[in-house]
Design a binder for this molecule. Structure first.
Ligand SMILES: [Zn+2]
Ligand SMILES: [Zn+2]
Length: 644
C-alpha cells in the first residue's frame, strides 16, 4: 500500500498508509481530541473526519473551539431535521438545508402545512435518530444515475442538473435520507448535543417569488444546551424590541402597500429623530474637514457604464428609465457622482485630501422575499463620503475615518464593537483589481491605522471586495447582537475608469487613492438598530417627545399649558395630555410611549410653579420648581447624554 505524508499544525510529519482517515490520526494523537473533533481541515479545505486521505496533506483537526466547526455542526443538524421529516412524512420533497447565523433551516415541499405540533413531533424524532448514533456517510454518484435516482425529487434534480459535475457527492443519514450535498459533515449523530426547532415560514424555491412556495423550518443549534437557552432568551428579548413592532406602537415609520415594498415613510415622530441623526452627522462632517455636497437621484445610464455598475452591479439596480435623450438610471450608489465633482476641475496635491460627503439616497433592487422592515429596503440614505488623497496622506485619512466611526458609535451609546479587516489573496486568483503595490499600500495603511488607534481587528483573508481592501466595524447592541455598521473601503477600480488624477509635487499627473466610507451605513437601518438597542426608549436628546405634562384634573389644564409653553421656549419637545382621564392612565400610556419625563401637575404644583417629575426608568423623582427641571433636562439634551 502506498504511503502518504501528513503534516500536522505543529510542523511534525507522519508517514501513513494512503486511505488513513483524519479521525484515525486524531485518535492516535489523543482520544480526547478524537472525542472533541468536529471536522478536519485538509490543505485548507474542510473535510469529513471519516473521509480517507489519499495524498500528502497538511491536516488540522477542528474542535468546537474553531469557528468553522459550528457551521458544519449546524449543517449536520439540518440533515438530521430532514431525516426526521422523511421518517414522519415520507411524501415530503427536500429543498436545501444550509447553516445560517445562529442555526440552520431546511426547505420542504409538502402539500400539508407543518403545524407547531408537527414541529414538536419532528424535534422528538430528531432526538430519537440522534440517539441511534447514525453515521453521516459520503457517497459518490455519477450524474446520470443521480438524475434517475432523484427522478421524483424535483428540486434535487434541478440542483444536480445545474451544479453537479460528472460525479457528485451525497450524504446519507439512516435508511430514508440521502442528499445531494457538498458536505462536510460530522462523523455521526452522537456529536449533536443541543438544538431546538424554532419556526416554520414560507420560502420560495431559490428565493424567487415566481417559483413554488416551500415550507422552511428554522432551528438553532449550539454545542451546548446552555448556549441554546441563552439564544432562546435573546430571541424573546429581540421580539419585544422588534423595530417593526415598536415602529408602529411609537408611530415612527411605516411602509405603504400602495407605494411599494421596501420604501420607508418616516412619520412625524420618526422624522424628528431622523433630522437629529442627519444634523449630527452633517455637523460632524463640517467639524472634521469634509465638504458637503448634494447630487441627483438619477443619471444617464452612460455614467453607470463608465463606472462599471451597469455591468457588475446590474442585478441590484432598478431598471433604467427611458427619456427622450437617453436612458436614465436611479442611483444605487453615490460614488460616481462624487467622482464627477472631484474630476470637474484640475486638482493639485495642495488641494488634497478632498473629502466629499453627502447624505445620499440610493435605490437598490432587493427581492421582495428578503425585505425586512428598516433593515433590508429598496430605498435608503447613506451617510456617504469619498476621500481622494495622495499615498503619503492615506494613513492619516484612515485613522480619521476609524476615529470618526468609533466616535459615532460612542455618541449613540454603543461601547462594544468589533472590527474586521478584509484583505485579498495576494493576487493568486486574479479576481482582484489593482496592482500588488496598491494592495500592499492600502492594507498596510489600514493595519497601521488600527494599531495607532489601539483598535483590535480580526483579519479576514480573501474577503475583500474585488476593488480593494476594507475595514468593517460592527457594533454589539444591548442584547449582544452584532450589527455590521461602518465601512472604510479602498477602491482601485473607479479612479482609472474615470481617469482621475492630480498634479503631484513632481509636476506630473498621478492617480489619487480613493476611499469610500459610510458610518451609519444607511440611516434607515441605523434608525432600526437604535430602536431595537434602546427598545424604543431613546436617549432624551433623541426622544421625539421629551416631556409630557399630565394635569391631575381639568382645573390644572391651564397651568399645564403654561408649563408646556415654557418648555417649548427652552427648546424642549413637550406635549400636554389634557384629556379628562385618570392621571394613572395617562402615566401608563406615556410610559408605553417611552416618554422620558412625565410632569404631573395638581393644585399644589400649579400654586407653587412646580412640577412633580416622573422618569420613565427611575419612576417618581418628587416635586421641583419648573426652572430646576428645565436646567436638568437641558443638561441631558445639550450633552447628548445616552442615559438619564
Ligand atoms: Zn447538506
Ligand atoms: Zn462609494
Amino acid at each position: 500500500m502506498s504511503q502518504i505524508e501528513i503534516t500536522l499544525p505543529d510542523g511534525s510529519k507522519q508517514s501513513l498508509p494512503s486511505g488513513t482517515r483524519p479521525i484515525d490520526i486524531a485518535q492516535s494523537i489523543s482520544p480526547r481530541l478524537a472525542e472533541a473533533a468536529v471536522v478536519a481541515r485538509v490543505n485548507g479545505e474542510l473535510y469529513d473526519l471519516t473521509r480517507p486521505l489519499e495524498s500528502d496533506a497538511a491536516l488540522q483537526i477542528l474542535t468546537p473551539k474553531d469557528p468553522e466547526s459550528l457551521d458544519v455542526y449546524r449543517h449536520s443538524t439540518a440533515h438530521l431535521l430532514a431525516a426526521a421529516v422523511l421518517e414522519l412524512y415520507p411524501e415530503t420533497k427536500l429543498g436545501i438545508g444550509p447553516p445560517i447565523e445562529n442555526g440552520f433551516y431546511y426547505d420542504f415541499d409538502r402539500a400539508v402545512p407543518f403545524t407547531p405540533e408537527d414541529l414538536e413531533k419532528i424535534e422528538k424524532k430528531m432526538w430519537e435518530i440522534q440517539s441511534r448514533h447514525l453515521p453521516y456517510e459520503r457517497v459518490y454518484t455519477p450524474k446520470d444515475m443521480g438524475l434517475k435516482k432523484y427522478a421524483d425529487a424535483w428540486m434535487k434534480c434541478e440542483l444536480i442538473t445545474e451544479r453537479a459535475g460528472d460525479v457528485f457527492s451525497e450524504y446519507t443519514l439512516g435508511p430514508h435520507f440521502i442528499d445531494f450535498c457538498r458536505g462536510p459533515h460530522i462523523p455521526d449523530t452522537s456529536k449533536i448535543k443541543a438544538f431546538k426547532l424554532l419556526s416554520v415560514a414560507g420560502a420560495y424555491w431559490k428565493g424567487n417569488e415566481r417559483n413554488k412556495q416551500l415550507q422552511r423550518i428554522y432551528g438553532t443549534a449550539f454545542f451546548t444546551q446552555r448556549e441554546v437557552e441563552e439564544y432562546l432568551k435573546q430571541i424573546e428579548e429581540a421580539k419585544k424590541r422588534d423595530h417593526r413592532k415598536l415602529g408602529k406602537e411609537l408611530d415612527l415609520f411605516s411602509i405603504q402597500e400602495l407605494a411599494g415594498p421596501g420604501l420607508i415613510f418616516f412619520h412625524p415622530k420618526g422624522g424628528i429623530i431622523r433630522k437629529l441623526l442627519e444634523d449630527w452627522m452633517r455637523d460632524q462632517y463640517i467639524a472634521r474637514g469634509y465638504s458637503l455636497v448634494y447630487t441627483p437621484h438619477v443619471a444617464r445610464l452612460d455614467l453607470w457604464k463608465t463606472s462599471g455598475h451597469a455591468n457588475f452591479y446590474a442585478e441590484n439596480m432598478f431598471k433604467p428609465i427611458e427619456l427622450d435623450d437617453a436612458e436614465y438610471q436611479l442611483k444605487p450608489m453615490n460614488c460616481p457622482f462624487h467622482i464627477l465633482i472631484y474630476a470637474d476641475k484640475q486638482r493639485s496635491y495642495r488641494d488634497l485630501p478632498v473629502r466629499l460627503g453627502e447624505l445620499g439616497t440610493v435605490y437598490r433592487y432587493e427581492r421582495s422575499g428578503v425585505l425586512n422592515g428598516l433593515f433590508r429596503v429598496r430605498g435608503f440614505t447613506q451617510d456617504d463620503a469619498h476621500i481622494f488623497c495622495t499615498p503619503e496622506q492615506i494613513e492619516n485619512e484612515i485613522v480619521g475615518c476609524l476615529q470618526f466611526a468609533v466616535d459615532t458609535l460612542a455618541a449613540f451609546g454603543f461601547d462594544k464593537y468589533e472590527a474586521e479587516l478584509s484583505t485579498w489573496d495576494g493576487g493568486a486568483s486574479g479576481k482582484y483589481a489593482g496592482s500588488p503595490e496598491q494592495w500592499k499600500l492600502a492594507e498596510n495603511a489600514l493595519m497601521r491605522a488600527t494599531e495607532r488607534l489601539g483598535l483590535k481587528v480580526k483579519l479576514m483573508p480573501d474577503e475583500a471586495a474585488f476593488y480593494g481592501p476594507k475595514i468593517d466595524v460592527k457594533l454589539v447592541d444591548a442584547i449582544r447582537r452584532p450589527w455590521q455598521l461602518s465601512t472604510v473601503q479602498f477602491d482601485f477600480n473607479l479612479p482609472p475608469r474615470f481617469g482621475l488624477e492630480y498634479i503631484a509635487e513632481d509636476g506630473k499627473t498621478h492617480q489619487p487613492l480613493m476611499v469610500h466610507r459610510a458610518l451609519y451605513g444607511s440611516i434607515e437601518r441605523f434608525f432600526g438598530i437604535l430602536v431595537e438597542h434602546y427598545a424604543g426608549a431613546f436617549p432624551v436628546w433623541l426622544a421625539p417627545v421629551q416631556a409630557i405634562v399630565l394635569p391631575i384634573t381639568d382645573r390644572q389644564n391651564e397651568y399645564a399649558h403654561s408649563v408646556q409653553k415654557q418648555l417649548d421656549a427652552a427648546g424642549i419637545r413637550a406635549t400636554v395630555d389634557g384629556r379628562s382621564e385618570k392621571v394613572n392612565l395617562k402615566i401608563r400610556e406615556a410610559q408605553l410611549q417611552k416618554i422620558p419625563y412625565m410632569l404631573v401637575v395638581g393644585g399644589r404644583e400649579a400654586e407653587t410653579d412646580q412640577v412633580a417629575v416622573r422618569n420613565r426608568k427611575h419612576g417618581d423623582q418628587g416635586a421641583k420648581p419648573l426652572a430646576a427641571f428645565i436646567t436638568e433636562i437641558r443638561g441631558l439634551i445639550d450633552s447628548k447624554a445616552v442615559s438619564e
